[in-house]
Design a protein around this ligand. Structure first.
Ligand code: SF4
Length: 300
């Protein structure tokens, strides 16, 4: 799915139609070649992904949402990163495997889905056997998710908002929920029930993440309810408590605060009362700028 999609870019719901092959850029600012901010072993993902040896994260620069509170704004909206060829990207996946990573964790891959699909195909031919995680903001095209069938083993989508007032104000995407819910349904349909190995490491499955934001309790409850009522126990829900005011959120009237312990505890109680059993929560103290990696292009 490479050339034709980039020549008039339709990789995500923004459908910019720009020709990325000749240097034009759309909303996400991504060009023709994949741009990487960091290649690392990450020990702070959900335990079934990080395990003991770490998740093999590959952080991609640029983003099609550009949230005003983004903790990775240095690469999502700044200029940090290094361009690599599709062949080099395939080698990077193999290097992560040699380092002992439990999996390949593609962080914010949507705007490079075509190039990543090529690199994965190449790497698998050269011996890549690790589970592949598609760690996405979920503002994805359902058609692109369909084309990843057979290449991706674990989907790790955010479900950020339901209410379009928030998705418009924070991510310039009034239609976020419509596209994200369709994409996540396609992911669940493609992957099926979660599977773990004998060490408790996930080898196949869908984990839906929701980052709890201050002043948004009602929408967070709606997200939890939607996930549980739609997918039941066939997915895991990861309720994240690591929100830290950064980037443009520092001067925002609501987002300039951290989430209180009570607000987060209320959400966890709500999920439990609904009947959510497959889930992850973050302990107190998760809030910290130390969750933000240093994007120095290591490993690229
Ligand atoms: S991937 Fe980027 S250029 Fe392509 S449609 Fe989405 S925002 Fe536009």
């Amino acid at each position: 799915m490479y050339r034709e999609l980039l020549a008039s870019c339709q990789l995500c719901p923004r459908q910019c139609g720009v020709n990325r092959l000749v240097g034009q850029v759309g909303f996400c600012q991504a060009g023709n070649l994949p741009r990487l901010g960091l290649v690392s072993l990450h020990h702070w993902e959900e335990p079934c992904l990080s395990g003991t040896r770490g998740s093999g994260t590959v952080f991609f620069s640029h983003c099609n949402l550009r949230c005003l509170f983004c903790q990775n704004h240095a690469i999502s909206q700044g200029t940090a990163g290094k361009e690599v060829s599709v062949e080099r990207l395939a080698d990077i996946f193999l290097e992560q495997q040699q380092r002992g990573a439990h999996n390949i964790n593609l962080v914010t891959p949507g705007h490079y889905a075509a190039q990543i699909a090529e690199a994965l195909t190449l790497a698998k031919r050269m011996g890549l056997v690790l589970p592949i995680i598609y760690n996405t903001n979920a503002y994805d095209s359902k058609a692109v998710i369909e084309q990843l069938r057979g290449l991706v083993d674990i989907y790790l989508p955010d479900l950020k908002y339901i209410d379009e007032r928030y998705s418009t104000a924070y991510s310039q995407a009034p239609d976020y929920f419509r596209y994200a819910s369709a994409a996540i349904s396609a992911m669940v349909q493609q992957i099926g029930e979660p599977i773990f190995d004998s060490d408790g490491i996930m080898t196949r499955g869908v984990i839906i993440r929701h980052l709890a934001l201050p002043g948004m309790a009602e929408d967070s409850r709606a997200v939890i309810r939607y996930v549980y009522e739609t997918f039941g126990h066939s997915v895991y829900l990861s309720l994240m408590n690591q929100y830290t005011p950064l980037h443009q959120a520092v001067n925002h009237p609501t987002l300039c605060h951290c989430l209180s312990a009570e607000e987060y505890a209320d959400l966890v109680d709500y999920a439990l009362a609904l009947g959510v059993e497959n889930g992850f929560i973050q302990e107190g103290g998760a809030v910290s700028e130390s969750f933000v990696p240093l994007f120095d292009c290591r490993g690229a």
